[in-house]
Write a protein that binds this ligand. Structure first.
Ligand code: C2E
Ligand code: MG
Ligand code: MG
Length: 621
């Protein structure tokens, strides 16, 4: 969130320098029963551009101090009625009087009176007779020192605030939350009471945030924080507390709210008596947060999903409790959102993982966690790289590299694959145009199109727009469609494939052999390439595997299609495929998928000598 800067209006700014604060006319309270002394003092201070207010005795001094809020107090000790020392002590007890500089002026300069002055809270001590010529400067120095001190103190306050509070909502932050939870669990252990941890996550917040804009998104979070606070702090909602605690024990009892970041909030309830009580609170939160939120010209409804874990049954330490509340929260999301769920051990870990990944994948694109790799495809005749397959990678901040085998199905089942697929194409275009600008030889890039993408009605229109927008020549692109995607509803798909083909792109059938291709359709599909699935290549050393590969190669020749084998890992695979006339070769034997920056040097590789050598030496019939 960007809103941090302005949230400190209520906090003194760090920039305020001591000089700035002196530049306004300093106000000095002069307290003395001798009118002549007051007059002289006034003259000296006014000559230094200070404002002077006067009091003639201790009581009056306190009164004027409260009203006038001076910057410094000049205090005579010997006065009738309340003495200067007493007045000094009283001023120090007032909230604004804590840090004000006080100069005490007295006739006695023995050690005891000086000690008494400092004990009463004096900042400085002057003995009579006063050196009037120096007085103005002395006071200036005292003011400056005091300002420097106060500004330091303000900085410290602000840093402490930053460390423990979320500046947007003013709620305690993650760090405070951890401390709260620790404290509450320790206390619950001591008293053998229960506590509950609620994890609150707003449903589809990202989407709402994007549609109303981040500034309003911030206001929305502030409003949510307010509602939580009002709901939980204000009234008798908290009557589930046991009231057997002594006054001091009440500290730390109650409801602790925190914002962990983004749209995640937590509530910790201590001394809960029953699940029914917790449920009541959860229901209140649910209802209150789900009310429409008034933001200029928008009234979004934001529902929360709430996961609840109870101490001690769902976890005795903060980490376990947090993990389980989080799990329960994901179950609440999985079961339709806008609800709360209590943790229980049966909660299906796999479904929860899946949902977590779904949520995280949504952010992955925005957070630039996706990357492309390129795996070269080698022409078996020339031994050169003539095309590359673009393969997506997810560099997850905590899980590390996540395989597309794991997240593509998730993207597919949630529809995110559409956005992801568009990102891949844009990225491919960006890379190609960059490589072209380096003057590299041009090569085809194969992009995987998932079944859901293919089934979109307007795929051809989208690709057409893409080509126009990116300026990528169509012949640079080959779309890899899976066999099962195009064979389902083959009749309709012939038209679709033709639309794509008419744009000038190449089409390949990926994972060929794993589906249920009908030969009669295959003949009618306007495709360019068959891609032998890697499972057959890895089976080449078995008679069945070799037979299938040979059959596909023969079929491709008959249909006059280009054929590529993927998953070539060793010389045996290579020799077999080249001997049987496989056109293109792809696999770890040549190269793993490469970082884009390694593509240029790969383009200069030539494998023909290697291929010839393997053909000569390998023992393949
Ligand atoms: P695929 O399209 O069949 O891609 C080939 C997979 O085989 C890639 O796995 C590649 O790294 C791997 N591979 C290549 N040579 C060898 C080898 O010699 N040995 C072995 N064991 N594996 C090899 P990857 O990158 O993990 O991708 C897996 C699948 O994820 C892809 O299978 C494809 O279906 C999907 N995928 C990857 N990127 C995209 C994408 O951008 N969009 C879509 N829709 N799907 C993608
Ligand atoms: Mg592929
Ligand atoms: Mg494949």
């Amino acid at each position: 969130m960007i809103a941090y800067k302005d949230d400190y209006k209520q906090y003194p700014s760090l920039q305020m320098s001591t000089n700035d604060s002196i530049r306004h006319r300093a106000k000095i309270l002069v307290v003395d029963d001798d009118q002549n002394v007051r007059l002289l003092t006034r003259q000296c201070l006014e000559a230094e551009s200070m404002t002077v207010v006067e009091a003639s005795n201790g009581l009056e001094a306190l009164d004027i101090f409260t009203r006038e809020r001076p910057d410094l107090v000049f205090l005579d000790v010997e006065m009738p009625g309340m003495s200067g020392l007493e007045a000094c002590k009283r001023i120090r007890e007032m909230p604004q009087g804590e840090s004000i500089p006080i100069m005490i002026v007295t006739g006695s300069d023995d050690r005891d009176s000086i000690d008494a002055g400092f004990q009463a809270g004096a900042t400085q001590y002057k003995t009579k007779p006063v050196n009037w010529s120096l007085l103005g400067r002395d006071v200036q120095y005292m003011l400056r020192a005091s300002n420097a001190f106060n500004s330091l103190k303000r900085q410290e306050d602000r840093l402490r605030y930053l460390a423990y509070y979320d500046p947007l909502t003013s709620l305690p932050n993650r760090r405070s939350f951890n401390e709260q939870l620790n404290r509450i669990l320790k206390r619950a252990a001591r008293h053998r009471t229960s506590a509950a941890l609620m994890f609150i996550d707003l449903d589809h917040f990202k989407r709402i945030n994007d549609s109303i804009g981040h500034a309003r998104g911030d206001s929305l979070l502030v409003e949510i924080a307010k509602r939580l606070t009002n709901e939980l702090r204000e009234d008798d909602a908290i009557n589930y507390f046991t009231d057997n605690s002594a006054e001091e024990e009440l500290q730390g009892v109650g409801t602790e709210i925190a914002r962990l970041g983004g749209d995640e909030f937590t509530v910790v309830l201590s001394d809960v008596e029953s699940a029914g009580d917790i449920e009541k609170v959860a229901r209140r939160i649910l209802n209150s947060l789900s009310e429409p939120i008034a933001l200029q010209s928008h009234n979004p409804v934001v529902t929360p999903s709430i996961g609840i874990a109870i101490y001690p049954q769902d976890g005795r330490d903060p980490d376990t409790l947090i993990r389980n509340a989080d799990t329960a929260m994901y179950v609440a999301k999985a079961e339709g959102r806008a609800c709360f769920r209590f943790y229980n051990e049966e909660m299906n870990a796999q479904a929860v993982e899946q949902l977590k990944m779904e949520e995280e994948l949504r952010d992955a694109m925005r957070n630039h966690e996706l990357e492309l790799r390129y795996q070269p495809q080698i022409d078996s005749n020339s031994g050169t790289v003539i095309s590359m397959e673009a393969l997506v990678r997810w560099k997850h901040p905590t899980r590390g590299m996540v395989s597309p085998q794991e997240f593509i199905p998730v993207a597919e089942s949630t529809g995110l694959i559409i956005e992801l697929g568009e990102w891949v194409m844009d990225e491919v275009a960006r890379h190609c145009l960059y490589w072209d600008s380096l003057g590299l030889k041009s090569f085809r890039v194969c992009v995987n199109i998932s079944p859901l993408q293919f089934n979109q009605r307007h795929l051809a229109d989208w690709v057409s727009d893409f080509l126009e927008r990116s300026g990528l020549p169509p012949e640079r692109l080959e779309l890899e469609l899976t066999e099962s995607a195009i064979m389902t509803d083959a009749e309709t798909n012939i038209a679709k494939l033709r639309d794509l083909k008419n744009l000038g792109v190449d089409l390949a059938v990926d994972d060929f052999g794993t589906g249920y291709s009908s030969l009669s359709y295959l003949k009618r599909f306007p495709i360019d390439t068959l891609k032998i699935d890697q499972s057959f290549v890895s089976d080449l050393e078995t008679p069945d595997g070799a037979a299938i590969v040979d059959a596909i190669l023969a079929l491709a020749k008959t249909l006059n299609l280009r054929v590529i084998a993927e998953g070539i890992e060793n010389e045996y695979h290579l020799a077999h495929l080249v001997r049987r006339g496989c056109d293109l070769l792809q696999g770890f034997y040549f190269a793993r998928p490469l970082y884009p920056e390694d593509v240029p040097s790969m383009l200069r590789e030539n494998y023909s000598r290697q291929i010839q050598q393997v053909l000569r030496s390998a023992t393949v019939s």
